[in-house]
Design a binder for this molecule. Structure first.
Ligand SMILES: Cc1cc2nc3c(=O)[nH]c(=O)nc-3n(C[C@H](O)[C@H](O)[C@H](O)COP(=O)(O)OP(=O)(O)OC[C@H]3O[C@@H](n4cnc5c(N)ncnc54)[C@H](O)[C@@H]3O)c2cc1C
Ligand code: SF4
Length: 543
């Protein structure tokens, strides 16, 4: 800690600073002075409070690289603010953020602290508890988002049980509202979405540019040692840490994505490779979720690049839809449903226990393969190894490999959510709970997605090179060498027919299922049961 504490010490406020400056609390995921209260007055009139909470880091066995990314960005942000003349109260605490702030405000006689409305439900509850004990906060809107709660309510109205939400409606409205990729109230290119053009497998058609590197500086080295010492049993590895931790490096990472990756993003958005895991994905989510990169800045950059023909429209629209549409849609949905608790409870709650919807009644424990124990299923083993190493994998691997297997087998959606939450470096409650309980597992019974995102081996084989390196045969659905995904897929449909049988988007697969001969169905059931037993046979590590 010596390196950092020595450098931040000169920014320590005097009693006069405490009395005369505007004091702002910076949550652990809002490192920006480009918008919000930090951008509203000169640095010479500003003070910030930052809490490094051990209690928060210990809430789950967060990936070591996530803790390093977050803590190093937090400390670098504190130094960046100090360098421009902001006074900094950087507080290390074994307690939660709320409790640490409460004590700090009392001990240092701090005035009420301005704070942007927290993104994470967990932090909102923590702060509310401390407020009930005397903590004084002044909430202001979080201007890092690209939409307001009212935008969401104007599209869908207030939450009602049984309601279905379609992201596309919200996205179209936001395009019209913001004028992004619009011309005279019409979508540029004549359509709002080019999703159907973005489904090619990647077979070395265009080279993938080498990404920039971010070797850890002295401060980050100190954080790596601190994380190894304080959280030695957490998930993943700290080895090879190579993520941006300064504002300048975060901007550099974005410029690289904008110039070199996004021009080819669209067509290969859904492709998967064991030798090129990132493909053309920007890998910006960890930095956007820390507010190091602001979504509206990224959207404007991509829109400008599209207007200059530096990024094809289908790629630009595909990227903008994720940020202007999906990301905002998910966080509103989380807030409106009290983190999906309203699906199972009648009223909002202050409980920190995770919501447990499971529309398909999936209850099997998540098996050890998600912790890196080899299963022999090459797709799963490859993606899990990447997550253990990096704490990141791209969208389709999350959806159509990791979550697909869990949904098909009937593994608990809550356990899968908790796994994603600690295993991924970009996970926060508002984004991980909605994506896993909603989009990926259908645990919410169709609130977020009109059908479960599930597939047999055919999809994975078409969109990846995994199957070519696997011991199983994606073309066989029964027998010992057959790919387990296909048998699991048919038995999943069969098992859930009472719930899914009338879903109009599943009519084709159900028609095919009904044409299968009884002997084949028996073989499929046997193969699926063997696969689940095989996956459940490995012992899970304790965290
Ligand atoms: C099971 C599952 C779990 C997920 N968990 C998370 C999570 O914990 N944190 C997270 O940020 N994203 C999550 N996502 C969404 C998405 O997979 C990641 O945002 C994306 O893969 C991050 O990589 P990227 O920055 O290269 O994204 P790109 O493909 O380059 O997309 C650009 C940006 O759009 C945003 N975005 C894209 N899709 C979504 C989405 N569905 N929800 C919210 N934002 C989106 C991200 O900020 C991302 O950086 C999850 C998706 C699934 C299916
Ligand atoms: S054959 Fe089946 S298990 Fe193997 S990589 Fe392909 S989809 Fe995965």
């Amino acid at each position: 800690m010596d390196f950092f504490t020595a450098r931040i010490a000169p920014a320590e406020p005097t009693p006069q600073d405490l009395a005369t400056r505007r004091w702002i609390y910076i949550p652990y995921d809002r490192f920006t002075d480009r918008t919000g209260p930090l951008a509203e007055q000169p640095a010479s009139q500003t003070g910030i409070v930052i809490v490094e909470s051990i209690a928060k880091a210990l809430r789950r066995p967060y990936h070591k690289k996530k803790l390093i990314l977050l803590i190093s960005n937090m400390r670098h942000f504190a130094l960046e603010q100090a360098a421009r003349g902001v006074k900094v109260l950087y507080h290390f605490s074994p307690e939660s953020h709320g409790q640490a702030l409460l004590k700090l405000q009392r001990d240092r006689k701090l005035p009420p602290l301005t704070v942007m409305s927290p993104a994470e439900r967990e932090l909102r509850i923590d702060l509310a508890q401390a407020e009930s004990q005397g903590l004084q906060l002044l909430y202001v809107p979080d201007t890092t988002w690209t939409s307001t709660t009212q935008d969401f309510l104007d599209t869908f109205g207030p939450y009602k049980p049984g309601k279905s939400y379609v992201m596309d409606r919200f996205y179209r409205r936001q395009r019209q509202q913001t004028g992004i990729l619009m011309n005279n109230a019409k979508p540029i290119g004549g359509q709002f979405s080019f999703d159907t053009e973005n489904r090619k497998p990647y077979k070395n058609q265009v080279p993938i540019p080498a990404p920039p590197t971010f070797p850890p500086d002295d401060l980050t080295q100190e954080v790596i040692a601190f994380v190894e010492q304080t959280y030695p049993h957490h998930f993943g590895t700290s080895e090879g840490f190579n993520l941006p931790c300064t504002q300048a490096d975060c901007d550099r990472m974005w410029r690289f994505a904008l110039e070199h990756l996004l021009p080819t993003f669209g067509p290969y958005e859904d492709a998967m490779r064991d030798d090129q895991p990132q493909l053309f994905h920007s890998k910006t989510s960890p930095l956007i979720n820390l507010a190091r990169l602001l979504p509206m800045d990224l959207i404007r950059d991509v829109e400008a690049a599209s207007a200059d023909d530096r990024i094809p429209l289908a790629s630009a629209e595909g990227f903008i839809r994720q940020l202007l549409g999906w990301r905002e849609f998910m966080r509103h949905l989380h807030q409106q449903t009290d983190g999906y608790r309203l699906l199972t409870n009648k009223a909002p709650t202050s409980s920190l226990t995770g919501a447990t919807p499971s529309a398909l009644n999936a209850q099997l424990p998540l098996p050890a393969v998600y912790w890196g124990v080899k299963s022999g299923l090459h797709c799963i083993d490859t993606v899990v190894a990447q997550v253990v190493d990096e704490g990141w994998s791209h969208h389709i691997t999350r959806l159509m490999v990791l979550s697909n297997l869990a949904t098909l087998c009937g593994f608990s959606p809550r356990e899968l959510t908790d796994w994603f939450w600690f295993a991924y470096i970009d996970a926060y409650d508002w984004v991980v709970e909605t994506n896993v309980l909603g989009m990926a597992t259908y645990a919410d019974g169709g609130l977020t997605a009109t059908k479960p995102y599930v597939s047999g081996a055919a999809y994975i084989n078409r969109m990846s090179n995994y199957c070519g390196h696997c011991q199983y045969d994606p073309k066989q659905s029964t027998g010992p060498n057959s790919c387990p995904f296909t048998a699991l897929y048919w038995t999943f449909l069969e098992r859930n027919e009472a719930i899914l049988g009338n879903n109009f988007r599943l009519q084709m697969p159900y028609t095919t299922l009904h044409k299968k001969k009884p002997e084949e169905l028996v073989q499929l059931r046997t193969r699926a049961a063997e696969a689940i037993a095989h996956l459940q046979s490995f012992k899970r590590p304790n965290y």
